[in-house]
Design a protein around this ligand. Structure first.
Ligand code: GCU
Ligand code: CA
Length: 504
């Protein structure tokens, strides 16, 4: 039997959930106060700013890494909604890493709320294990955390979450036994996580012309194998999928198909490719979290069929040996956020990719010691026919440490980046090499420390042209156009601090 969610008929009264029918209701979130053990606050529990709940709030020390940690209990593995109530009486946002069970899974920004007595709640979603989990907020800038009142925690709460809503087939787990069912049919029982998932996918209507959904309410290991996702399929994985390395192949593949959605997937292990794609029309990747120990996160293949209409919402990749996300041959790409931590090559690498909208590319310690960078455009990214109309738009690039920040190379361009924050990259903060029609930054940006901002040229392609560097503050690193080739490259409204300009 499927459990129905019945939010509309559940009323929360003084902490009790009153349900007006026999339908099973989903519990309200559980509140964890910042001042109450087992929460730990690297600072003081204060009471001097009114409006907090409980007996105080955490005023963490103003320092990088001065953290607040909650320990929460999850009723099941899946996607949890975090409601973090905070106040920030300054006008500067306070960024922090969000760590679940010790691994950084995303970055959050706690904006100014207007006053220390103005408390607001920020909502985030993260994947959790069943049972006890730690949720740690660790600030990444010297101002530290905002004042934090509490954490509201709920698995699968809010407007959905992994496994909510109707589905056609599901995989469940009891001890080491997996069961795959489609309606009243049991299509697999046994100890193989892979066979259970494949059984559930295989049980969907043959030749279906609209999407059917599989929910995997279980975690496990698929070994060095592949889960294939065919046309008109939605695959939601609410547990953690551990994967092995199958040479040249993806742990999850969706190829030569259409209308595929992977709304949730959390992956660990060392794949060759975490997700491998080619020949897709209409692909949606939702909340994808990859905590890897090698391999490449998401790869759109180079020498195989092209893709159209691809959407990725929030991609987090840590520990990949190669790129977090690498595209080839995509026309029509919408990306919400790519967050990469400690990844060997690029955070987001676009190649032969056109008509792309990207919200945020955020990389820390990406491409260390290599020529790659947090955001890289290469191999005719943004080239439409033989020209470069603006067709790639990026809201923001954040790069800290690692190799390069932004790297555009090999006849790419047609790109506008609104905002950048590039700090202490180990190689060029920005390198534009044989690129055309590139604007950095349409709104504002800072480059501090790290390698030079440079317009360069290799002899095999025409030199860079129509580059606009503007609205930037560049500190403690130089700006260099060299060699002196190319036309209509301009620099306007750039403030330099301890920075020399070498312009042609
Ligand atoms: C003020 C405020 C504190 C806050 C601190 C900060 O001192 O009173 O509650 O924590 O600023 O900047 O973090
Ligand atoms: Ca403080």
């Amino acid at each position: 039997m499927r459990l129905q969610r019945l939010i509309a008929c559940a009323t929360v009264l003084a902490g009790a959930v009153v349900v007006s029918s026999a339908t099973v209701a989903v519990a309200a979130p559980t509140r964890y106060e910042a001042e109450t053990s087992p929460a730990t606050c690297d600072g003081t529990i204060d009471t001097n700013h009114a409006g907090y709940s409980g007996s105080g709030f955490c005023n963490a020390n103003n320092a990088v890494g001065a953290a607040l940690q909650f320990t929460v209990n999850a009723s099941a593995a899946g996607t949890a909604t975090l409601g973090i109530r905070f106040a920030n009486g300054t006008t500067t946002a306070r960024p922090a890493d969000v760590l679940v069970n010790g691994t950084s899974v995303q970055s959050a920004s706690f904006e100014g709320t207007g006053a220390w007595t103005t408390w607001v709640t920020k909502s985030l979603s993260v994947s959790v294990n069943a049972g006890s989990n730690t949720i740690r907020l660790s600030p990444t800038a010297a101002d530290g955390l905002p004042n934090v009142d509490y954490l509201d925690f709920e698995v699968g709460g809010g407007t959905g979450g992994c496994g909510s809503g109707s589905f056609n087939a599901e995989v469940t787990q009891s001890g080491s036994t997996y069961t795959a069912r489609n309606g009243s049919r049991t299509v697999y029982t046994g100890t193989s996580y892979l066979s259970a998932i494949n059984g559930a996918i295989g049980s969907l209507t043959a030749g279906r012309t609209s999407q059917e959904k599989v929910v995997v309410r279980a975690g496990g290991s698929i070994g060095a194998s592949t889960v294939g996702v065919p046309s008109n399929t939605s695959l939601e994985v609410c547990g953690t999928m551990n994967v092995g390395n199958r040479s040249g192949r993806g742990a999850v593949e969706t190829v030569n198909a259409r209308n595929v959605s992977i709304p949730y997937l959390t992956m660990t292990g060392n794949p060759y490719f975490g997700i491998r794609v080619y020949g897709m029309n209409n692909l949606h990747l939702g909340q994808i979290t990859m905590q890897l120990s090698g391999g490449l996160g998401i790869r759109f293949e180079r020498d195989l069929a092209a893709n159209s209409n691809v959407r990725m919402d929030n991609i987090f990749v840590s520990g990949a040996g190669s790129h977090a996300v690498e595209t080839w041959n995509v026309d029509g790409l919408t990306v919400g956020t790519v967050t990469a931590r400690n990844v060997g090559e690029s955070a987001l690498l676009l190649q032969t990719t056109t008509n792309a909208q990207v919200g945020l590319v955020d990389g820390q310690n990406v491409a260390t010691g290599t020529g790659y960078g947090v955001f890289r455009l290469a191999n005719r990214a943004g080239r439409v026919g033989s020209s470069y109309p603006t067709n790639i738009r990026v809201g923001e690039v954040r790069a800290s440490g690692g190799g390069r920040g932004i790297f555009c190379v090999s006849e790419s361009g047609g790109v506008v980046i609104d905002r950048i924050t590039i700090t202490n990259t180990g190689n060029n903060s920005i390198l534009l090499e044989n690129c055309y029609n590139v604007t950095i930054a349409a709104v504002s940006g800072t480059v501090s420390g790290g390698g030079e901002v440079r317009i360069a040229a290799r002899s095999e392609f025409p030199p860079s042209r129509d580059i606009s560097l503007r609205n930037l503050t560049v500190s403690n690193t130089n700006i260099r156009w060299s060699p002196c080739q190319g036309t209509n490259n301009t620099i306007t409204n750039v403030t330099r601090v301890n920075s020399t300009l070498y312009w042609c």
